[in-house]
Ligand binder design. Sequence first.
Ligand SMILES: [Zn+2]
Length: 541
Amino acid sequence: MRKLVLAAAAAAVLACKATAQAPPPPKLLVVFSIDQFSADLFDEYRPHFTGGLARLASGTVFRNGYQSHANTETCPGHSTILTGDHPARTGIIGNAWVDQSLQRADKDVYCAEDPTVPGSSATHYTVSPKQLLVPVLGEIMKTRWPGSRNVAVSGKDRAAVMMSGHNADQRWYWDGAKFTTDLRAAAVPRALPKVNAAMAAALAQARPPLQAPPYCQAKARQVALPGSGGPVGTGQFARAAGDATALRASPELDGGTLALAAGLVEEMQLGRGLQPDVLAVSLSATDYVGHTYGTEGEEMCLQLLELDREIGDFLALLDSRGIDYAVALTADHGGKDIPERERLDGVPGAARIDPALSSTLMGPKLAARLSVAGPGLLGDSKSGDMYVDDRLSAADQKRVLDAAVAAYRAHPQVEAVFTAAEIAATPLPATPPVQWSLIERARESYHRGRSGDFYVILKKDVTPIADTSRGYVATHGSPWDYDRRVPILFWRPGYRGATVETPAETVDIMPTLAAMIDLPLAPQSVDGHCLEGTPAFCKKP
Ligand SMILES: [Zn+2]
């Protein structure tokens, strides 16, 4: 029976393609974001996927997708996917920024925080979508179809918030010990206590190592790290009982996230109402694995093959319920391996950052040299947005800015430094993202009032982690293509797509999905545009 339903839906889609009419819209949009899933990783592992990722890769694959902006962090990246806008417009310029107007000692602001709540701080924050300045797809769907449901599940609060925005029906994220929510008024799903109990029971047990298939075995090579971090490269996710940090950096986190998403599909009957629903699932474990072990060891290999299997199981559940759904999949940013392994693999410029570049060291050094009070620079940045202390006189702020720009520009690990004035004077780019200059990338990360007084770009292949002893050994966040380039996939049952080399942007996902469900968007209301060659029928403007 199920096969017959699917075959009929497939035939309808294909018939409509043949007659150049819009296919019937799907009832459920499933949007996956795989945190730190670079296009480099997708290209490498694509031939080894046999589960859900192989199935989705049979649709339309933009293998040169871009999180086009400079500051390739989780919060900005997730803010682009379902708003259709770059961070310059979403206002989400980073995972955190400095707001010197705040009436609290801590001037750092977390991207998914409501800083007006008494007691909130960048590290002990009150989760909120307040700082996202534009609506997400699910909100716009609700204005057209009041019965439409807008749901998000993730391993990270900021990912769930940025994909479901200001008017979510359900939003759940892992807080390190359990899945929780900021939506106090939403009914607690029956699946929640079951999934949280299963996660707690798993955590209480020690976990044996995973069995590595031959491709992963071949990648096993132990690599030493400087300082007390590592070694890495041969991990198989064996874990001691109670080690929540190790659970988070393993396929177990995505397993829990998908189990909760599946529970919400069942309970809310997503995709089975009269009006279309959207379910955003941000899978965070790949990012934690990348940060903890780098991207080119046995650990990432095991993670991605487990993820492929887990996504396959989730899609099989949707199939088994006869839901008419479509899938988009992308990443919030790419990533980069540890410099120690990169050098072994012939990347001569791969290096760790000189600790002297940290704003917490550079600022006081310049302040002392210029005889100005205070730390000179605020925040704790290794690169990206830098903030001059605005308690100084205007003249002293200018002296600190000029000295800091000169000092960063003179450092051999720095590629470029742009002042806020230079970035603000740069027009928003109108060319494909592959052609953007560095300052154009910074322009799409720039929002007046939130961005820094200047922006520092490290040389390509410089990793902004000097000290590996705190658990993170590799990272992302640069404007270089290893951090910007991400896969963008669209899939529907019965639709056969192709691999496309032409660049696309993650801001194009939202208008493409809107076209797929026949949701009109006001002209020029989003940065992205509907992508041709997908299951969407793009209307000509
Ligand atoms: Zn991320």
